[in-house]
Design a protein. Structure first.
Length: 84
């Protein structure tokens, strides 16, 4: 599919047909990546998107053990100032 780069104020933009956006499930925020073959437009990632489900699954399976046993990676702040 071809489209044209158009002027939008002092910037440039692309008009993407609604049907194409729906087919690609694109809406709201997107990420742009420069690739050797052109520009990639993809849905923006949502940090911690499935954490709630993962925590529920862990709870349901009684998975509550610490992953770092001796906490060797603790910072000075964590050792001296943090209140657990």
């Amino acid at each position: 599919m071809k489209t044209q780069i158009v002027k939008i104020g002092n910037s440039k933009g692309l008009r993407i047909p609604k049907a194409l956006l729906e087919e690609c499930s694109l809406s709201g925020d997107v990420e742009l990546e420069i690739r050797s073959e052109g520009l990639l437009i993809k849905p923006a990632k949502t940090p911690r998107l499935n954490w709630e489900n993962a925590f529920k699954t862990m709870s349901d399976n009684d998975e509550d053990e610490l992953l770092v046993e001796n906490n060797e990676a603790a910072t000075t702040f964590e050792k001296e100032k943090w209140r657990w």
